[in-house]
Design a protein around this ligand. Structure first.
Ligand code: G3H
Ligand code: ZN
Length: 284
């Protein structure tokens, strides 16, 4: 069923695993991620960035595509459709009214008081509709669609505590050294801050930039209160690699099903690997 993130993340935090957010880029990504979740008996969060939403034909199209596939595939595991890095109240409201079950309001680049005000407004509307809300503090490195960062800023634990208390968000993404896209060298995550923020806020924490984080760091993050891990680039790389291979081996091929089908398999394999690594397999 389509559900918000609240229950799945609280359950994950309590039981020491994390639910993956896998970003949708097109039909094949959506098919692959839903099939992986059902096969693994894992809860799953479908992340939709504003850019990817536009690419796929708007939020309503995305919701209808997800609902259609869930019915066709007889999906029984909990699925959330989540706006990733929502940039404004309007964008969150649009997603909520289109049928998203969860939204992220990313007001992390605004001054703290504005972040609190904007996030509170989103929470008010979202909770009225049974929709969960994720907020962010600090700056995640790298680039994802419209979200470009120059450098990394660690989230401030005092602000994290205050933001959660004043807004009533359901989960928090404190930037602690993670990066969107590939890492240059090993990530240096702020585990000391992560533990403090988890203890002081009590809400499940979200780790952005899940691509390229070593398993030991994933496990450590989960042990310190991280209950949601976002992955996009790794699926994109796996799918592009498979398309390149298939087209190189078959230079005369032109039917998109013949190269996007294998790409879909590559995404599915990658997602299954992540679900096992995050410990969410068998938890639906
Ligand atoms: O919001 C989406 C994620 O943070 C994706 O990060 O592309 O580095 O896996 P990634
Ligand atoms: Zn992100």
């Amino acid at each position: 069923p389509l559900v918000s993130m609240t229950e799945m993340l609280n359950k994950a935090k309590e039981n020491g695993y994390a639910v993956g957010q896998f970003n949708l880029n097109n039909l094949e990504f959506t098919q692959a991620i839903l099939q992986a979740a059902e096969e693994e008996k894992s809860p799953v969060i479908l992340g939709v960035s504003e850019g990817a939403g536009r690419y796929m034909g708007g939020f309503k199209t995305v919701v209808n595509m997800v609902k259609g596939l869930m019915e066709e595939y007889n999906i029984t595991v909990p699925v959330a459709i989540h706006l990733d890095h929502g940039s404004s109240f309007q964008s969150c409201a649009k997603a909520i009214h289109a049928g998203f079950t969860s939204v992220m309001i990313d007001a992390s680049h605004h001054p703290f008081e504005e972040n609190v005000a904007l996030t509170s407004k989103v929470v008010e509307l979202a909770h009225l509709h049974g929709v969960s809300v994720e907020a962010e503090l600090g700056v995640v490195g790298g680039q994802e669609d419209d979200v470009v960062a120059n450098g990394i800023i660690y989230a401030n634990p005092d602000e994290c505590e205050e933001l959660v208390k004043r807004t009533g968000i359901d989960c928090l993404a404190p930037a602690l050294g993670s990066v969107h896209g590939p890492y240059k060298g090993e990530p240096k995550l702020g585990f000391v801050e992560m533990e403090e923020i988890s203890n002081r806020t009590g809400v499940p924490l979200v780790l952005h930039g899940g691509t390229g984080i070593p398993t030991k760091d994933i496990q450590k993050a989960i042990s310190l209160g991280t209950a949601k891990i976002n992955v996009n680039t790794e699926n994109q790389m796996a799918s592009a690699k498979r398309v390149r291979e298939v087209l190189a081996e078959n230079p005369d091929l032109y039917d998109p099903r013949k190269y996007l089908g294998p790409a879909r398999e590559a995404i599915k394999e990658t997602v299954i690997g992540k679900m096992r690594e995050f410990g969410s397999s068998g938890k639906a």
